[in-house]
Design a protein around this ligand. Structure first.
Ligand code: ASP
Length: 310
């Protein structure tokens, strides 16, 4: 199935076969991502990173992915130094940047911005997070991490924990896990539960999501705890944030109740939802998960840009 020229705005843009294709190619990218093998597959190609919100892993792993493929990246300066600060619209910025590059990676605080950018760009646009909307490439690397760990996604019990309202990674992930036949449970305090639209979508896809606020109800059964940060910056009222800050904390005492092969994932950055003592345990997968962003994004770029065969 050809990906060439495709925008990746939502995980819904990809079929199960296409996701498998990305994950299979990502597997082959691992030695290149680690710098054990070298390639010039993207020689002469340019990726433009447009980040209007903070990012460490997504921006740097896209950059690393493009460099590991032998391509180059254009990094924008701080938004306050860009013409957007003079009142330029996102549409105009995109119209310019597409003439300087072959693919645009966009992170923006407004939901829907990636779809808008894709409309104005003739080059592929990859959504690197649009407000509380979607984060499809994070979902691909999350699926990759689970598949590598268990050899499958089908039937795996995944508890999504924390801020399911504003956390965009869980919105894309809940749908993708359902597409692959995993069982999802949404663990959040009531004001931060999964948006109804996502719950409905999961049900429409044949999933039977369980909703709870109690971690104790899932800890014994879960194969994956996917923990998220409370998204402080998206709360309209700081007092509301204070009410839910620190509501869950994963530590070794809690993990004693869990299955021996349970994995703890987190899109990172973490604040205080996973105790540092967990880092040294066999359960901790979040740093490996962050590395997986490189081979997965390499695979996606290779498919979208139609690079030379490796
Ligand atoms: N890095 C992830 C994101 O951009 C998760 C987070 O910020 O909490 O959505």
């Amino acid at each position: 199935m050809s990906f060439k020229g495709m925008d990746i705005v939502s995980i819904r843009d990809l079929s199960r076969e296409q996701i498998d294709q990305v994950l299979d190619l990502a597997e082959r990218m691992i030695p290149y991502a680690k710098g054990e093998l070298f390639t010039k597959a993207m020689d002469g190609r340019i990726l433009a990173n447009l980040f209007f919100e903070p990012s460490t892993r997504t921006r740097m792993s896209f950059e690393s992915a493009m460099l590991r493929l032998g391509g180059k990246t254009l990094e924008m300066s701080h938004p306050s130094m860009m013409s957007i600060a003079k009142g330029e619209t996102l549409a105009d910025t995109i119209r310019m940047v597409e003439t300087y590059s072959d693919v645009i990676v966009l992170r923006h605080p407004h939901e829907g911005s990636a779809r808008l950018a894709a409309k104005f760009s003739t080059k592929p646009v990859i959504n690197a997070g649009d407000g509380a909307g979607q984060h499809p490439t994070q979902t691909l690397l999350d699926l990759f991490t689970i598949r590598r760990q268990f050899g499958r996604i089908d039937g795996i019990k995944v508890a999504l924990v924390g801020d399911l309202k504003y956390g965009r990674t869980v919105h894309s992930l809940a749908e993708a896990l359902t597409l692959f036949g995993a069982e999802v449970t949404f663990v959040a305090p009531p004001p931060l539960q999964m948006p109804r639209e996502t719950v409905r979508q999961v049900e429409k896809m044949g999933g039977k999501p369980k909703l709870t606020s109690k971690l104790e109800e899932v800890i014994k059964e879960a194969d994956v705890l996917y923990v998220t940060r409370i998204q402080k910056e998206r709360f309209p009222d700081p007092a509301e944030y204070q009410k839910v800050a620190g509501c869950y904390r994963i530590d070794n005492t809690l993990l004693r109740e869990a299955k021996g092969d349970l994995i703890v994932m987190h899109p990172l950055p973490r604040v205080d939802e996973i105790a540092p003592e967990v880092d040294g345990t066999r359960h901790a997968k979040y740093f490996e998960q962050a590395f997986n962003g490189v081979p997965v994004r390499m695979a996606l770029l290779q498919l979208v840009l139609g690079g030379d065969q490796l």
